[in-house]
Design a protein around this ligand. Sequence first.
Ligand code: SAM
Length: 167
Amino acid sequence: MTEARNSDRSAPDLRPGERVADLPAEGDAALRFIGRIRTPWRDRRDCPRQGRLDGLECRVELFAPWAEALEGIGDYTHLEILYWLDRSRRDLLRQNPKSDGRIFGTFALRSPQRPNPIGTAQVRLVRLEEAALIVRGLDCLDGTPLLDIKPDRCEFTPKAPPKAADR
Ligand code: SAM
C-alpha cells in the first residue's frame, strides 16, 4: 500500500485520507466491450449517482456482430445492464467519496472507483431499435463501454429444475 501519486490523468485525484494499492501491470482476465452507451451526461457532476427507472432515455448500442444476440429480448420489460466505468481509478483501498472526511473501504461503497470498475443497473426497456436498445435507468457517462445485457433476474424464471448441488 502506498500514498501513490495519481499517474492516470483521466482518473480522479486522491482526496484527503484516501489510500491506494500498488497494482500489477497485467490483469487476470480479458473482457470484450460489446457496445457503447449513449447518455445525456458528459460530466460526472451531471450524471445521476444511481439510475432511476423514470430517468432520462439512454441508448445502448451494440457493436457487430452482437445485434443478433438481442433476439428475444423484447419479451422483457426490465433488463440488467453491465458496463465498464472506464474513467475510474482502480487502485483505491479506502475512499472519501463525498470529500467530507468520512472514509470507507472500497467494498463498502458502490463508488465507480474500484479494482474492476463494473457498473450495474436495472433498466426499463422503452423500445428496440436496430442494434440498439432505448432504456431508462442508467447512470453512466456518454460513451461508457457496454459489457453485457441480461434479462432482469426478477423476470427470469429458470426453465430447468435446480441441480442437486443447488438444493
Ligand atoms: N449503478 C452502478 C452501480 O451501482 O454499479 C454505477 C453507480 S456509480 C455510483 C455512478 C457514478 O459513476 C456516476 O454518478 C458518475 O459519477 C460515475 N460514472 C459514470 N460513468 C462513468 C464512467 N464511464 N467512468 C467513470 N465514472 C463514471
